[in-house]
Design a protein around this ligand. Structure first.
Ligand code: ATP
Ligand code: MG
Length: 325
């Protein structure tokens, strides 16, 4: 199957302000948010991107939506380089690729009614006003907010978190996009409504044949949504494969720690939690070689000398670890 979204050696560094010493020494420090990410996402695939805070998940999502530009590397959507889009071609891309925010309370303009919030993308896309009401109603049905009338004149603060996230999703779906990035779509919501929103995400994805990326630090949560999982660590991909494989047979020591940290009902056997010492290192000065090495219980000399490449170990399963070679 051909890829809908493709990343080739994508790098994203954020320059940070320089100290006097750094200016004198001619150094240009940067947060190395992503360093050489290559990834292909097939049409109608759902990919989970997991990893600890600061590993680059949001940056990756924003790059795929052209909400930020890569420092190096190339990103294509349906065969077209995002770097070359502007004007009409950029607007066409924006209609097809949508973001669902983490915090529904921040995602909507508090001064806009719910109707206006969901109709706004239609307005921006130049869809004739006469079509708006029907399209908004259809989007509301999709997210199971029946009884649209009840919501139309209300403002965001008058809705619950779960209702708001449904409205945010309706807004993302109103232009019938092909690609959706959901960044921690339920982490700000009350536990009681999370399962409902996850089921809804699954349903709209299946119904609309969406290609989707779900970003989360919680593997347990996205494994339910995605057939494929990408594990990130400090700006690099450490493992990529079918979610079931990753959960049953995690190869990278970091993935093993992630899997051990969540209850996995169908795991072959109960795994003792892998101790991983310390915190994620500073992304301005990542360790040489393998970025996980100073927290890895199996690190050996080569890990400090050479960054392990992402290598295919079995059908569709890729791992970046010297132990796996
Ligand atoms: N605009 C920015 N300017 C400077 N640094 C940034 C910027 N955006 C992100 N970063 C840094 O890039 C790194 C990756 O950030 P990112 O938000 O992509 O991580 P994340 O995996 O989404 O984390 P979280 O789970 O906390 O949301 C972090 O070190 C972060 O501080
Ligand atoms: Mg994030």
């Amino acid at each position: 199957m051909s890829a809908l979204v493709e990343l080739r050696d994508v790098v994203k560094h954020f320059p940070v302000s320089r100290s006097l010493g750094e200016i004198v020494r001619g150094r240009h420090p940067a947060v190395r948010a992503l360093d050489g990410v290559s990834l292909e996402i097939g049409a109608s695939d759902a990919v989970a991107v997991v990893g600890e805070s600061g590993c680059g998940k949001t940056t990756l999502g924003r790059l795929m939506l052209k909400l930020t530009e890569p420092s190096a590397g190339a990103i294509t959507f349906d065969g077209t380089a995002l770097g070359g889009l502007s004007g009409a071609s950029l607007r066409a891309f924006r209609r097809q690729a949508q973001l669902v925010f983490q915090n529904p309370f921040d995602a909507l303009n508090p001064r806009f009614t719910i109707y206006r919030a969901v109709a706004e993308p239609l307005l921006n896309a130049g869809i004739p006003r006469a079509e708006h009401a029907d399209r908004v109603a259809q989007a509301f049905r999709r997210v199971h907010l029946p009884d649209l009338e009840r919501y139309l004149d209300r403002y965001p603060h008058q809705l619950s978190g779960g209702q708001l996230q449904r409205v945010v999703l309706a807004r993302a779906l109103v232009l019938a996009p092909r690609f959706l990035v959901a960044d921690e779509p339920v982490s700000m919501l009350d536990v009681s409504v999370r399962a409902g929103i996850l089921a809804l995400l699954r349903e709209v994805r299946d119904d609309m044949g969406l290609t989707a990326v779900y970003i989360s630090h919680d593997l347990a949560l996205v494994r339910y949504l995605c057939e494929r999982t990408v594990v990130m660590y400090l700006g690099t991909m450490v493992e990529d494969g079918p979610t079931a494989e990753i959960v049953r047979n995690p190869r990278h020591p970091y993935t093993r720690a992630l899997v051990a940290a969540v209850p996995v009902p169908d795991a072959d056997q109960a795994r003792a939690p892998l101790p991983i010492a310390g915190n994620v290192p500073d992304a301005r000065e990542p360790p040489s070689g393998c970025r996980f090495r100073d927290r890895c219980p199996h690190a050996f000399a080569r890990c400090a000398e050479e960054a392990p490449a992402l290598r295919e170990t079995a059908d569709g399963h890729r791992v970046a670890c010297h132990l796996d070679n």
